[in-house]
Write a protein that binds this ligand. Structure first.
Ligand code: ADQ
Length: 477
């Protein structure tokens, strides 16, 4: 059986729980098969250190997974990670052209680090390895590997949304980026909408032909595409909810809020997650449906994220001010409408918290999938489940139709949906939960990784990449 090699911006210790959707899901799939996980160590190094003036790979074996990491220089980190990944690709792929900074230095750093990753990874590869590259930090990695002669099967999965063609076209290097995807054998997206956007782009910008078997042909290469909505380990999450920590957390929260109904939000503090809009909707709920005053409490956990990117700082200030204002205007001596926690919460505490909540507010403005929505469903007591209020702009909305779907930009509509969730009959809650649970169980994280890897293994390599290696390499110089 071939070895699985996973490449992502960061790796994580597979034995430890991690916040962040990608880390959680990749850990699940690697632990199943064993293999190599390659990425940035998260550490910075002096530009001069390393035997060849480059970072040495650090190898570490953790159970059946070998971790291979390298350090980055400050310049690489600032341009590849903070710059191109998080000030160009993240905002644009989340439809936020207003927040993008198209600095040419960022693009150069992004190409340089992808070349570095490819060179370092090549030295560790075996001929029959199957390589699975993850996310927007590493779009051109296959092009770089092919340029070094790598003939392995390589798949790519994009965890964030694929924007419509004309939004993509705002990125100065859009053609190079999208062309790079054709050096993969299989490219997976979270939703059918993402596949449609990608196909629309290559059809209009590169005159791609659509071939049978979900294949697209452009730039003299053939690529297979598909939607592989990421899932969670449902049984593990449900059993965490029933574990001692889960039960303790549940009991503690239920006791503390015995007279109240809890609404819960759990997110990274990110502008894509729609947090200010959510607080506005909660405020509207209190204004329009006064029976919720002194009775409903919103717990919003927002873990610190990308604090050295300016837009995230602005969001922190905005959230502090919105939550302060709502508590000032509506709070009582014995009731605070919003409990806003700007910290990471231990993963083992989440299931109990989800289970104690009557309503989950998962209302991103754009999200590739959103795993919190699925975790909330998995953690519920099937005989008395809570209700999921879900943005129609999360990838998860394609699968989770029995949630209450909302437009997060519509404050009144979202407030109405929250009110509906708070007053929903037990029969309706149970019926919706049963259907949702069935769906997340069918399409869980094991389904996600095994279906992607099965399709990657059975995809015929287009075989013609070598012919274009030199021209791709030239593009990068
Ligand atoms: P993220 O944007 O990080 O992931 P999400 O899918 O919600 O978003 O995953 C977050 C994970 O981190 C969940 O497992 C959640 O429990 C955990 N988490 C989030 N906030 C936390 C907090 N405050 N404290 C503790 N744990 C927290 C990206 C994409 C998503 C996509 C995933 C996986 O943006 O759209 O679903 O990758 O592909």
């Amino acid at each position: 059986m071939s070895r699985l090699v996973v490449v992502s911006n960061r790796t994580a210790d597979p034995r430890k729980a991690a916040a962040g959707g990608l880390a959680v899901a990749v850990k699940e799939s690697l632990q199943q098969t064993g293999g190599l996980w390659f990425g940035w160590s998260g550490k910075l190094r002096d530009s001069e250190s390393g035997t060849s003036g480059e970072s040495d790979i650090k190898l570490q074996t953790v159970g059946n997974v070998q971790l291979a990491t390298l350090d980055l220089t400050q310049e690489d980190h600032d341009t590849y990670y903070l710059g191109y990944s998080n000030k160009v690709l993240w905002p644009v792929f989340h439809y936020r052209l207003d927040l993008a900074n198209f600095n040419v230095r960022f693009a150069a750093g992004y190409r340089r680090v992808n070349q570095l990753f490819a060179r370092k990874l090549m030295s560790l590869l075996r001929p029959d390895d199957i390589i699975w590259v993850h996310d927007y930090h590493l779009i051109p990695l296959a092009t770089e590997l092919r340029a070094l002669g790598c003939g392995n099967r390589i798949g790519f999965f994009l965890h964030i949304p694929m924007p419509p063609p004309l939004i993509m076209a705002a990125i100065p290097e859009h053609e190079w980026l999208m062309r790079s995807l054709f050096d993969y054998d299989l490219v997976g997206f979270q939703s059918e909408a993402d596949v449609t956007h990608f196909a629309g782009y290559v059809e209009s910008e590169a005159k791609a032909d659509t071939l049978p078997g979900n294949r697209l042909r452009a730039f003299n290469r053939t690529l297979r595409v598909g939607a592989y909505p990421i899932g969670i380990d449902v049984d593990e999450f449900a059993s965490l909810a029933r574990s001692r920590d889960g039960v303790e957390m549940f009991g503690q929260i239920r006791e503390e809020y015995s007279r109240r109904r809890l609404l819960l939000g759990v997110d990274r503090l990110d502008y894509s997650k729609g947090l200010p809009q959510r607080v506005h909707a909660f405020r509207e709920l209190l204004a329009k449906y006064p029976e919720n005053r002194n009775s409903a409490t919103l717990i919003q956990i927002a873990s610190p994220s990308r604090e050295d990117v300016g837009a995230y700082d602005d969001l922190r200030v905005e959230m502090d001010s919105l939550c302060g204002a709502i508590n000032g205007d509506y709070g009582e001596l014995d009731w605070m409408p919003v409990r806003y926690i700007h910290r990471n919460v231990a993963r083992k505490k989440l299931p109990g918290l989800y289970r104690a909540s009557r309503v989950a507010l998962v209302t991103p403005l754009r999200d590739g999938m959103n795993l919190v929505a699925k975790e909330f469903i998995a953690a519920q007591d099937p005989s008395d489940p809570g209700v999921l209020v879900l943005s129609r702009f999360a990838g998860a909305a394609e699968q989770l139709k029995e949630a209450l779907l909302v437009n997060p930009y519509d404050t009144q509509g979202t407030a109405l949906a929250i009110q509906r969730a708070l007053t929903m009959s037990i029969e309706e809650r149970t019926a919706r939960h049963t259907a949702l649970m069935q769906r997340i169980r069918q399409f869980d994280v094991h389904w996600w990784s095994s279906s992607f890897l099965a399709d990657l293994s059975s995809t015929e390599s287009s075989g013609d990449f070598r012919a274009v290696v030199s021209s791709s390499a030239n593009l990068l110089n």
